[in-house]
Design a protein around this ligand. Sequence first.
Ligand SMILES: [Zn+2]
Ligand SMILES: [Zn+2]
Ligand SMILES: [Zn+2]
Ligand SMILES: [Zn+2]
Ligand SMILES: [Zn+2]
Length: 334
Amino acid sequence: MKRHLIVAAVGLAAAITLSCGLAACKAGQIADRDWTVQKVYCRAAENGYEGSEQEFRSLLAANEIVDLGTSMGEADHEHIFPEWTVILTAACNSIGLSFRQCTLCREAEWKFEEALPHSFGEKRVIKEPTCEEAGVALYTCKECGTVKEEEIAKGDHVFDTAWSYDIEGHFHAATCGHAAESGRAAHSFEGGVCTVCGMPSGTYLVPVEYTSISMYFGENITPWEYLHNGVDFVAEAGTPVFATAAGVVTNLGGDMLIIAHANGVESWYRCIDIDPALKVGDTVKQGQKIGTVAKAPNYEGSEAHLCFELTFDKMPKDPLPYLGIDSGIQFPAD
Ligand SMILES: [Zn+2]
Ligand SMILES: [Zn+2]
Ligand SMILES: [Zn+2]
Ligand SMILES: [Zn+2]
Ligand SMILES: [Zn+2]
């Protein structure tokens, strides 16, 4: 902030100097006969010299330029000019200025060269942009050390290169902690799986013919205990239970069976009598019978049901949308 104020003040001073100088120049532009320091300074200012008139006088004195010369217009002889005297070498923060004078008639020539453009070096990122804030890069001139600041536009969210999917389609999920996604598209099923994301087709079958749902996903099992990770489908004991999708049996024991599907999805079946022929490692087809609903657990108020869970990379999600069942209940998103 402070620096900007100083820059503005210098700029203002330069503007005032320049306009005064230019006013003084008007006469000089018509005839350069008998150059004066002020006329030459004026030209220099017009050409981008940024020093004061006092500094300019010192510069001429330092180069021992006392006789500033004349401009005779039409001359009756061929001028004889010596080498240019370089008063200022053009650099990226300074104009170039040279002088020569005919040895016969004092006709003067002043040569102004534009300041050179800065030659900025490599971009140095001092603040990486994120999806929330712009970044900052600096460039330093290799010649004069001038530093240029540049804003780096705020970036997009960072997305996983791997596909995630839900029942609607597949997408790249944000890995920057925001609930964002990119590249969402509908699944393209071929041979039972989406060729892009690997989600099994037909989505997931409802695993049992049920009469009602006695407990939804996310409900408190008890007011003080953990949340329900699945859905309880009420059905009479002995009702067949089917594999929700094709997969491999990875775990079974007691009244619980787990099937692993493509893409890190697992289906969990509890409260079932497992088909005795099944063992870990068996491949099952979608809709294959894997057991039957077990007898109601022996405690008050319980009724026979299949407790069904779907996990995605070990995270349980409400299975109902994946089964095409609209529960009409909105649980807060996770
Ligand atoms: Zn001459
Ligand atoms: Zn420079
Ligand atoms: Zn983000
Ligand atoms: Zn897909
Ligand atoms: Zn349950």
